[in-house]
Ligand binder design. Structure first.
Ligand code: C2O
Ligand code: CU
Length: 542
């Protein structure tokens, strides 16, 4: 197979799909479906006085997404037990949500009630919030249908666009595809002072991809290939709606953009070539606005945009799009990899007609409908980041290496699979210590499939990190073209909890480990990869 040659995916499938399926056996699926012990859920404690007490019932529902038959979905039904009812905002007509809005310093009690079908144990992870390990939604805390789990924690993080989603091992991808996810928006005094667009001009945008059948139902049947490569849909939904066009006025908006897709990576840009003005990343505002011609947004990541339509006239239309990029699914090395050629040639595309990773797509339409005299201007500075210094790290001389590899058609972290309770010696950190981790996306020269790997959005629970640097290995020139198609779009200026690591790339991150002792997971946020076992525990020791 010549290097970088474009292969007809469906053509390859016809030739080799059956062989591939036969070769792959049933081990991954079997592992995903094995029984897990049911946790005993904690109950509300009398001495915890919450500012917001909320119940989230994970339950089947129906919502009209496409014209015709409503789509069967799973939703979090929120109800406020005590506290400000405005802190919990349902999104009418969407499976997503509710949006939870709290201020830094507030205490929340959230009771997760599992009303999902048989076999769907669940637990919620508060993605990006640094909460004690017992409140973090570790997969071993998953509760069976009919049971509940009570979370009690104080929100100590800076203002930011956080989110929540299920985290039961082996079932996360399914539950997210079926609709379970919501935003958790934190505000604080620092961010209030900045003077950003607020209220209806502060717009959450959750991007996801789905596949619908002829009867408008979600199609998701994770097979070997989906487990290996990740699920890709052929319909873009924004806030759970297809073909969304946002009516706007001639003024500035704040867009909080979350990639809530299982696997699809976006390269965000404006259709008219206007650069993106970026004001925030995963864990809140950055120090000062930056501009990018395009910005990468991988599953789990958030970006906040300053979107100013004051230069437009009523009637103008533009689009938020995803631009073409390559290399995220790896490449076939010149020297072989028969399965690799087949993988990229046919199997993924075979599941659906979903466009492959890196295909240009329209995401959101924007129509200027109203003249407005609002004169908000982009602030020159936003909020202080209080960054760490690399020399504060206890391991500055020998950073911890987190090596992503593939073995026997499964993704591994340092050669290991997820184990509910195992913590290796090299997965122990000091509580509150500052560490550098090297996230290394390695090559897999001896593997039949995908020898050069895939892009992995890497997420670490319990921490916020800053990106110290990135480097691309040079011994495989195959990596360069794909990398060049995305690298100008990384937004590494702020605090993050999820970072895209391209094939052949090492991303170096700096973080303060959880202050309280406990065991957290770190994993790939390609949800099929995580479910398949691309996840590990790490323990903060007091
Ligand atoms: Cu958003 Cu462990 O996940
Ligand atoms: Cu991955």
């Amino acid at each position: 197979m010549p290097l970088n040659s474009k292969i007809d995916r469906r053509g390859f499938l016809r030739i080799s799909g059956a062989t591939a399926a036969a070769l792959m056996g049933g081990s991954i699926l079997a592992a995903c479906q094995s029984a897990r012990p049911v946790a005993i859920s904690p109950t509300a404690s009398a001495d915890f006085v919450p500012d917001l007490d909320l119940t989230l019932k994970a339950t089947p529902s129906e919502v009209a997404i496409l014209p015709g038959t409503p789509t069967k979905v799973w939703v979090y039904q929120g109800s406020v037990v005590s506290g400000d009812p405005a802190s919990v905002q349902a999104i009418p007509g969407s499976y997503l949500g509710p949006i939870i809005r709290v201020r830094t310093g507030q205490k929340v009690r959230i009771t997760l009630a599992n009303d999902l079908p048989a076999g769907q144990e669940t637990i919620i992870h508060w993605h990006g919030l640094r909460v004690p390990a017992a409140m973090d939604g570790h997969p071993r805390d998953a509760v069976a249908p009919g049971q509940q789990f009570v979370y009690e924690f104080a929100v100590t993080d800076r203002a930011g666009t956080y989110w929540f989603h299920p985290h039961p091992h082996g079932l996360t991808a399914t539950q997210v595809v079926n609709g379970l996810a919501g935003l958790f928006v934190v505000s604080d005094d620092d961010s209030d002072k900045v003077g950003l667009p607020a209220g209806e001009f502060d717009v959450p945008l959750v991007i996801q991809d789905r596949v619908f059948d002829a009867d408008n139902q979600f199609v998701y049947s994770p097979d070997m290939m989906t487990a290996m490569m990740g699920f890709l849909g052929d319909r873009i939904l924004i806030n759970g709606q297809p073909d969304l066009t946002l009516p706007v006025a001639t003024r500035a908006y704040r867009f909080r953009v979350l990639n809530g897709s299982n696997s699809r990576i976006f390269k965000l840009a404006w259709s008219d070539g206007t650069p993106l003005t970026i004001i925030g990343t995963d864990a809140g505002l950055i120090a000062a606005p930056v501009t990018r011609d395009h910005a990468m947004l991988a599953p789990g990541e958030r970006l906040e945009l300053w979107a100013d339509f004051s230069g437009h006239v009523v009637g103008d239309e533009l689009k938020l799009i995803s631009q073409a990029f390559s290399g995220a699914e790896g490449l076939v090395p010149a020297s072989g990899g028969a399965m690799g050629g087949m993988m990229h040639g046919g199997m993924m595309g075979s599941m659906t007609d979903a466009p492959e990773l890196g295909t240009p797509q329209d995401l959101l339409g924007v129509r200027v409908e109203r003249q407005e005299a609002e004169t908000l201007t982009l602030p020159a500075t936003l909020t202080p980041l209080n960054l760490l210094r690399a020399d504060e790290a206890v391991n500055a001389a020998t950073p911890r290496r987190i090596v992503i590899t593939q073995k026997n058609m499964a993704w591994k972290i340092n050669g290991r699979d997820f184990d509910m309770d195992a913590v290796a010696d090299d997965e122990r950190v000091g509580a509150g210590s500052v560490e550098i981790w090297d996230l290394v996306n390695d090559v897999n020269p001896n593997e039949m499939m995908d020898p050069l790997g895939m892009a992995h959005p890497f997420h670490i629970h319990g921490v916020h990190f800053q990106v110290l640097g990135r480097s691309l290995r040079t011994d495989y020139p195959e990596f360069a073209p794909g990398y060049e198609s995305v690298s100008a779009g990384f937004v590494d200026e702020g605090w993050k909890d999820t970072v895209l690591v391209m094939p052949g790339e090492t991303v170096q991150v700096l973080m303060r480990c959880p202050e309280q002792a406990g065991t957290f997971v770190y994993h790939c946020h390609n949800l099929e990869h995580a479910d398949q076992g691309m996840m590990r525990n790490y323990t903060a020791d007091a």
